[in-house]
Write a new protein. Structure first.
Length: 125
């Protein structure tokens, strides 16, 4: 029974990761949200662990997307670095703060960000 459960979890995780990668490649964002909830549902890990794993996956999504999007857009290396360097600095600061923020606060911040982003996308559409 344990082997069947482990296979089932791996299959669900694989489909979740494929779906997350597809969404991220299509929209340029959103894949981490899917992975966050898939990881929570499958493994019941804490919010911080799910955020770290989701963020790691998003890094790979973004690198792949950058490779393909750069070929379809008129982006220079300067354009990419102008956004990438401050984003990396923000990521470093966020990663350092992650240790100090309680998990329940992280859930609220994450949820608020999703709600505000969704509202802004609908209003500005």
């Amino acid at each position: 029974m344990e082997k069947a459960t482990a296979r089932h979890e791996k299959l669900l995780l694989a489909f979740g990761a494929i779906g997350a990668g597809f969404l991220n490649g299509l929209l340029g964002a959103g894949g981490g949200i899917i992975l966050y909830f898939v990881l929570g549902a499958l493994y019941g890990r804490g919010a911080k662990e799910n955020l770290v794993l989701s963020t790691t996956a998003v890094m790979f999504f973004c690198l792949i997307s950058l490779f393909f999007y750069k070929g379809n857009a008129a982006l220079t290396v300067g354009d990419i670095l102008r956004v990438g360097i401050p984003a990396a600095a923000g990521g470093l600061i966020g990663a350092l703060l992650l240790r100090r923020i309680p998990a329940h606060a992280m859930k609220k911040i994450f949820s608020a960000l999703i709600v505000v982003s969704g509202i802004l996308m609908l209003v500005r559409a």
